[in-house]
Ligand binder design. Structure first.
Ligand code: HEM
Length: 411
């Protein structure tokens, strides 16, 4: 049955307040939920989501031409297919894996140490707004080769670009604001790209400028689009994952104590966080031909949203899916950051996230560094937890109190 019910709207305030309350109902009763106001279909079962993301012929990324291209200022990786996709994806992947990743881990540690320092003696930090957001942007700027002193401007433009991509409906005023942000970001990048063409460095901008596809160097438009693509893709989910990891560990003190004693458990805790509360909740595709899911028809040309949060909680894929359990045998922490991942937080198939290994290094390095510095970790008095976002989702803030370690108190 296609859901044309009026009692549940994925665009309602109730759903936005806590989508997890509705996932079982959607999977069981209306696994193909139709949202008339945006003429789109929402799939919530693990097998259906996996099928859409794996079958690139039947489900294309055509919708990104409207959803992403205007603010990316050109075509992004997720829109490409075939030889062009393979070649350009390889260039970007090289910037985030192997030796590059080893070098970046040092920069990740330095960024984290600098950003947490002012909060250590105070015994209180908002892990999202004081630390996570600036951290995610700083680290991404380092990899791209952009100046960290510009981070506030870049973060503001970045959030306009992200708002455009992740909104279900934008007012004309917000749309104009988002496009302004994208234009300013493009204007900021243009002279930097020109400069790296003349004097290349070790960063991703230089690598993109030096790269060729079919014997032709990438144009400034291509380089700009890939840079904005990586900036948004890397910065948007990182602070959310870090905050969600800390939230789940604080809510499960036994598991927190074990992770503190044995940081080798961190990859399993991060993988379970990504399964349990994936920061990217929706992935859009376009049906290229008529399709049928559990007896329900979806017409050619329709926009289909894969509901990653609902799929990752499907009891057909994971036992006791609503339980946060870093020991779960059906996840596998090592493969959780590879193409063989069982959870769908990084997508799957041709367009699966290229930053999975980098994201793991980022979160693991920071958590391993912060946990020993923050004793007796707890929510600040009066703090009320609230998540926001339908497309990408994470805590609006995470105010934590802790006892500064004796070593910090002595400093
Ligand atoms: C926890 C952190 C992250 C999560 C949950 C995440 C999630 C995702 C998801 C769900 C997709 C698939 C989109 C689709 O199929 O349309 C994706 C693609 C992508 N991600 Fe990530 N991501 C993360 C971190 C990063 C980082 C650190 C980078 C930096 C390099 C990155 C770069 C990309 C790129 C460039 C793509 C497009 C790949 C393609 O189309 O071939 N992501 N990510």
């Amino acid at each position: 049955m296609v859901s044309r019910e009026t009692d549940l709207s994925i665009l309602s305030e109730d759903f936005a307040a806590d989508p997890y309350r509705y996932f079982a109902r959607l999977r069981e009763h209306t696994p193909v939920h139709y949202e008339a106001s945006i003429d789109s279909y929402f799939l919530s079962r693990y097998q259906d989501v996996k099928r859409v993301l794996s079958d690139h012929e039947a489900f294309s990324t055509e919708t990104l031409q409207v959803r992403a291209e205007p603010v990316m200022r050109g075509p992004v990786l997720a829109q490409m297919t075939g030889a062009e996709h393979t070649a350009k994806r390889k260039i970007v992947v090289r910037g985030f894996t192997g030796q590059a990743l080893a070098d970046q881990t040092r920069a990740i540690r330095a960024n984290a140490a600098e950003l947490i320092a002012p909060f250590l003696r105070r015994g209180r930090v908002d892990l999202v707004n004081d630390f996570g957001k600036p951290f995610a942007v700083h680290v991404t700027l380092d990899v791209l080769g952009l100046d960290r002193k510009d981070w506030k401007r870049i973060a503001a433009w970045h959030s306009g670009v992200a708002e455009f991509i992740t909104s279900m409906a934008l007012t004309p005023e917000r749309r104009r604001h988002c496009l302004d942000c994208a234009e300013q970001l493009e204007a900021y990048l243009a002279p930097i790209i020109d400069q790296r063409r003349c004097r290349p460095g070790e960063d991703l901008i230089s690598a993109l400028c030096a790269a060729e596809f079919d014997g032709i160097a990438l144009s400034n438009r291509d380089v700009t689009a890939l840079l904005i693509n990586v900036l948004v893709a890397a910065a948007e989910p990182a602070d959310k994952t870090l905050a969600l990891l800390f939230r789940h560990l604080i809510d499960h003190p036994g598991q927190l104590a074990r992770v503190r004693r044995d940081p080798a458990l961190l990859p399993a805790a991060i993988a379970e966080t990504l399964r349990y509360t994936p920061p990217v909740q929706l992935i859009p595709r376009q049906a290229e031909k008529d399709a049928v899911f559990t007896g329900t028809a979806v017409p050619a040309g329709a926009t289909v949203f894969c509901m990653i949060g609902a799929a990752n909680r499907d009891p057909d894929a994971f036992a006791a899916p609503d339980v946060f359990d870093i020991d779960r045998p059906d996840l596998g922490s090592a493969r959780s950051f590879t193409a063989a991942a069982q959870h769908l937080a990084f997508g799957t198939g041709l367009h699966q996230c290229i930053g999975a290994a980098f994201a793991r290094a980022e979160i693991e390095t920071v958590a391993a560094m912060l946990l020993p510095l923050l004793d007796d970790l707890r929510y600040s008095p009066g703090f009320r937890y609230r998540e926001t976002g339908l497309y990408t989702r994470g805590p609006a803030s995470l105010s934590l109190d802790f006892t500064p370690t004796k070593e910090i108190a002595r400093r």
